[in-house]
Design a protein around this ligand. Structure first.
Ligand code: NAG
Ligand code: NAG
Ligand code: NAG
Ligand code: NAG
Ligand code: NAG
Length: 451
């Protein structure tokens, strides 16, 4: 293996000689001014030339064969222990770049380099990454980051390694497969992303009902970033994986960082908010960019319920027609408290299943003065660059608020306005429209899993 010196450290001094040669003896102020201006621009140009190439991929050496250790884990720490790689994605929407979704310490990680090994000639290219820590860090020291590198013009690398230095041995670095290289026809209309299932999750009945509602509404795929759940939930997830609906992304973020179950920093020594939810959501968008027409970002206890359309496909066609070029559709969240029940559908066989029966919760809390209801989103993933939880941070297209008479987010959970009497809540039985197919489908799953 031949290792050459890294380029980009060319000499600036020749310009000084130029200065002496042309400006040396002249005494006039005019000439001096011209010379100073010229010198300044020369130095600036040299400086720019020095800076710029570092972002361009450069061959540093050649190997006979690309043989980095291919990593399959979803969260891979680099040796600095401050950078965690989730996955690289090809992105040619502007420049031809590799966008690596990761988690970084917002101050400690100052520079990173992408290492590409180009087959078949074994040329190793290194390019300096721009590190874009997402602005929605909410005070935590670690946050979601885009680590973006220009890729070599001359090859379409299949793998990339990330390293703190432009020097080193690529064979020792973990190598990550670059996803989204090939454009594919969309096999799927709707993919739901459920970020961070954690804390011995055991709300089995509500989970199955949500899954069956998503399917009734037109979902073919549900991606779950799974940190931790109960044995019973494991069994249910296995059923949905075998059915082909669920894809599990293992999400052991707490093996690397101290996670908070709050979304904002509580000065409690934790490293990252809400089990790294924001990183999971961004990864989910890129992971499904090539394979799903729409990506739906909501939690397992939330269902976007259409009011004018029977399903999401007809609703989205209509919304897209009215809002051409829109990247993001925002739906208002409404709380249907678990504590207020309307036992219309008593299904005795469901009583032994842990979790909430959403069919019994059809009263929603009224809007509060001075409180803006948070939104959940259906996005065109190809138009999104960076997402947060309730809005996108960067997109090629605008965001549209979907009015309440078109759809709302049915969110069945503990009340936010627990002191309100039942009469102050709004009875909203939209969910019951689906009662017969929902009950039938849930029973089918229960009999094959937990019952
Ligand atoms: C990684 O995934 C590839 C393809 O799915 C598989 O062939 C390989 O054995 C996996 N490697 C490890 C270490 O799990
Ligand atoms: C990396 O960080 C983890 C969690 O903060 C810690 O347990 C571990 O000791 C660190 N490893 C090194 C090599 O610093
Ligand atoms: C999930 O969390 C529970 C307690 O919260 C713990 O006992 C269990 O070991 C965890 N399971 C896994 C697979 O990490
Ligand atoms: C359901 O059960 C509750 C009490 O368990 C009862 O008050 C209610 O009338 C039942 N509803 C129906 C439709 O059977
Ligand atoms: C349940 O669904 C059936 C058939 O779709 C419908 O006729 C019935 O009105 C629904 N029940 C309620 C309480 O809404």
């Amino acid at each position: 293996m031949r290792q050459h010196k890294v380029q980009g450290q060319r000499n600036v001094h020749p310009h000084l000689d130029t200065f002496k040669m042309f400006c040396g003896g002249k005494k006039s102020y005019f000439a001096a001014t011209v010379c100073i201006v010229t010198l300044t621009s020369m130095v600036t140009l040299s400086y720019l030339r020095l800076q710029r190439p570092s972002y361009l991929p450069k061959i540093i050496y050649e190997v006979s064969k690309c043989k980095g250790k291919i990593t399959n884990s979803t969260i891979t720490p680099l040796t600095d222990n401050r950078t965690f790689i989730i996955s690289p994605y090809f992105d040619n929407r502007e420049d031809k770049v590799i966008r690596v979704i990761g988690i970084v310490h917002h101050e400690d990680v100052k520079q990173l380099f992408c290492w590409f090994c180009c087959q078949p000639d074994g040329k190793i290219y290194v390019s300096k990454a721009t590190i874009d820590v997402h602005s929605d860090r909410f005070g935590f020291p670690y946050g979601a980051a885009d680590i973006v590198c220009l890729e070599p013009e001359s090859c379409d690398p299949t793998h990339v390694s990330i390293h703190q230095s432009p020097l080193g041995n690529i064979d020792q670095l973990p190598s990550f497969e670059i996803k989204n290289r090939k454009a594919e026809p969309f096999p799927v209309d709707f993919t739901v992303c459920i970020s961070a299932m954690f804390g011995h999750y055991n709300n089995v009945l509500q989970f199955i009902q949500s899954m069956e509602m998503y399917k009734i509404l037109g979902v073919q795929k549900v991606v779950i970033y799974k940190n931790n759940c109960s044995h019973l939930m494991e069994k249910v997830l296995r059923f949905y994986m075998e059915e082909g609906t669920v894809e599990i992304i293992p999400w052991p973020v707490n093996s690397h960082l101290k996670v908070s179950s709050e979304w904002h920093f509580m000065h409690d020594g934790t490293h990252i908010g809400y089990y790294g939810q924001i990183t999971a959501l961004n990864d989910c968008i890129y992971r499904n960019m090539q394979r799903s027409k729409f990506v739906v970002l909501n939690d397992a206890d939330e269902i976007i319920l259409p009011l004018k359309h029977p399903d999401w496909k007809t609703m989205m066609s209509s919304l897209q027609e009215q809002n051409p070029g829109t990247a993001v559709f925002l739906f208002e969240n409404h709380i249907f408290p678990e504590s207020v029940s309307t036992p219309m559908f008593n299904i005795s066989s469901w009583n032994t299943v842990p979790g909430v029966n959403i069919l019994n919760h059809v009263h929603r809390e009224p809007d509060r003065k001075d409180v803006i209801n948070p939104k959940k989103m259906i996005v065109d993933p190809r138009k999104v660059v960076q997402t947060s939880v309730h809005s996108v941070l960067q997109a090629y297209g605008n965001s549209v608020n979907v009015p309440m008479d078109v759809a709302l987010v049915y969110h069945c959970r503990m009340p936010l306005q627990g002191n309100l009497p039942r009469e102050s809540l709004i009875r909203d039985t939209t969910l019951w429209r689906y009662n017969s197919s929902l009950i039938m489908n849930v029973n089918k799953v229960l009999y094959q899993t937990v019952l």
